[in-house]
Design a protein around this ligand. Structure first.
Ligand SMILES: Cc1cc2nc3c(=O)[nH]c(=O)nc-3n(C[C@H](O)[C@H](O)[C@H](O)COP(=O)(O)OP(=O)(O)OC[C@H]3O[C@@H](n4cnc5c(N)ncnc54)[C@H](O)[C@@H]3O)c2cc1C
Length: 114
């Protein structure tokens, strides 16, 4: 896939997302989530025959996930194509943020609020 447009280099009618891509990011639900906005925008624009220039027109490799480190502590991995992960010191704050995120997942993520 083109790493920004998520369009297949073999056939421009094919879009790629998630674990099925060859993008230089982690195979993760987080990556698939952020890629989905780009693919959705591109498919919608293509169907409507509109220009593809909205805020989600390109994927920058953004991934965000929590990393449990034990003892009720966690860190956070945030990175993209241009910024490698620089995880903060593990703390309970991230651990409880992760628990809160898990609880709120179905209210926030499928609605596109996050
Ligand atoms: C144990 C484990 C823990 C993980 N933890 C995390 C985590 O904490 N955070 C995170 O971000 N990511 C995590 N991941 C990774 C995350 O689950 C995947 O990256 C994500 O689910 C990929 O989404 P996807 O839609 O690309 O593929 P999938 O979720 O694998 O979806 C593909 C779907 O296609 C279906 N399918 C396959 N072949 C066919 C076919 N021929 N016809 C029709 N349907 C088909 C499959 O049944 C499946 O439902 C974890 C993965 C594992 C295995």
């Amino acid at each position: 896939m083109d790493r920004e447009t998520l369009v297949s280099k073999v056939d421009p009618r094919i879009f790629g997302i998630g674990d099925a891509t060859d993008l230089p990011v982690s195979k993760s639900g987080s990556a698939a989530h952020f890629e989905a906005k780009v693919v959705a925008e591109r498919i919608a624009a293509t169907v409507r025959d509109e220009a593809i220039d909205g805020k989600n027109a390109r994927y920058d490799g953004h991934v965000m996930c929590f990393l449990e480190t034990g003892y009720e502590q966690a860190s956070q991995l945030v990175f993209d194509y241009h910024h490698p992960p620089d995880p903060p010191k593990p703390s309970r704050v991230y651990h409880y943020e992760k628990i809160a995120f898990n609880q709120a997942y179905w209210y926030l993520v499928p609605k596109g609020l996050v």
